[in-house]
Design a protein around this ligand. Structure first.
Ligand SMILES: [Zn+2]
Length: 343
């Protein structure tokens, strides 16, 4: 089932790979895996002569509720990577799902120890780039700000309002890069998710504005009302800077939002006890997680069977680098090899 317009209410493992720098990874290439790491892609995805999805490598970043489900999605090789931005949230497992090479990462790390403000977003996206990932599918638990977006349902956000304030938001501290972000989520990946969602038994809302708050906390009632007045449909804590960093890394990125509750704008049902409410939220999250895994599996199948579309996300830096390229230091080029090699 697909919900046509969520905005209607607006207005209103396994073997371990060795660790090291990107350069050392590049030197060590040659592992028998679809995920051979290299700092310089041999064949940039957007320049492929044959634009087929078999060249697609999909990274999946699992948020709250999906960590354990990720393990069930695929078994494979576990990579403990280190990047110029530190270590990712945890090991990244590479394998194959529905005929598509995938790289799986739990956003909050083993045991869910990293809160949304502490997630190493830059390291996560950079590590995916090191592994040759071309597309990223992320999931995230959210609160609904609209009556018609019900707990347990899924939503594919098309817009974001960034209210985070203590996270690193760019890979490019040493040069001026302004990527275009009018549509922060990849239209091609979104279209695939939406198409698959039409046949889903659970409602999959086809768009909605995600408000990313810093937290880690839940909204006050005044904030919840403010976010609604701004036109936001969902509130969560992780889509930013993840979506923006994915764009800087020239990856197609889309999110499946798992609706767990109605945030706090909606008066709670009378006489519901806190414990009962919590059980209800956990139940909604489990239901939404299972539905999200099913949606992702079917989307991967569709990607594997469909001719690959060239996508402008994958050339975001062509116009995004404002600095004089001749003046970009070799040190910066070496450090950011996977991002700057083509530019
Ligand atoms: Zn794209």
């Amino acid at each position: 089932m697909i919900i046509p317009d969520a905005k209607g209410g607006r207005g209103a493992e396994s073997r371990r790979s060795q660790e090291g720098s990107p350069a050392s990874f590049a030197r060590r290439g040659g592992a028998a895996s679809p995920f051979q790491m290299a700092s310089v892609p041999k064949r940039p995805p957007h320049l492929c002569g044959e634009l087929l999805f078999r060249d697609t490598r999909v990274g999946i970043i699992g948020g709250t509720g999906l960590e354990s489900a990720l393990g069930a999605l695929a078994e494979g090789r576990s990579h403990e990577l280190s990047t110029p931005f530190g270590r990712p949230s945890g090991p990244i497992v590479t394998g194959e799902v529905e005929g598509v090479p995938v790289a799986l990462l739990a956003r909050h790390g083993p045991g869910h120890l990293l809160n949304p403000s502490q997630v190493p977003y830059r390291a996560n996206i950079f590590a995916m780039k090191m592994l040759g990932v071309t597309h990223l599918l992320a999931t995230g638990a959210v609160g609904s700000l609209r009556e018609k977006i019900r707990p347990g349902e899924l939503l594919i956000p098309d817009q974001v309002i960034d209210r985070t304030f203590r996270r690193a938001t760019t890979f490019f501290d040493d040069l001026a890069v302004h990527v275009e972000l009018a549509s922060p989520f990849c239209p091609t990946l979104r279209a695939a998710l939406i198409e698959v969602g039409k046949k889903s038994r659970v409602p999959v809302h086809r768009d909605g504005t995600y408000l990313a708050m810093e937290g880690p906390q839940f909204s006050t009632r005044a904030e919840s009302e403010l976010h609604r007045a701004w036109g936001a449909d969902l509130v969560g804590m992780t889509a930013m800077p993840e979506a923006k960093l994915a764009r800087e890394a020239e990856l197609c990125y889309a999110m499946v939002a798992l609706v767990t509750d109605y945030d706090c704008w909606r008066p709670p049902r009378a006489a519901i006890e806190q414990q009962e409410l919590l059980r209800e939220i956990i139940g909604n999250l489990e239901r939404a997680s299972a539905n999200a895994i099913a949606l992702i599996r079917k989307t991967l199948r569709k990607l594997a069977a469909t001719a690959r579309q060239p996508c402008r996300c994958q050339s975001a830096l062509t116009l995004g680098i404002w600095s004089d390229r001749e003046r970009i230091s070799q040190e910066t080029r070496d450090r950011l090899g996977p991002l700057l090699a083509r530019h």
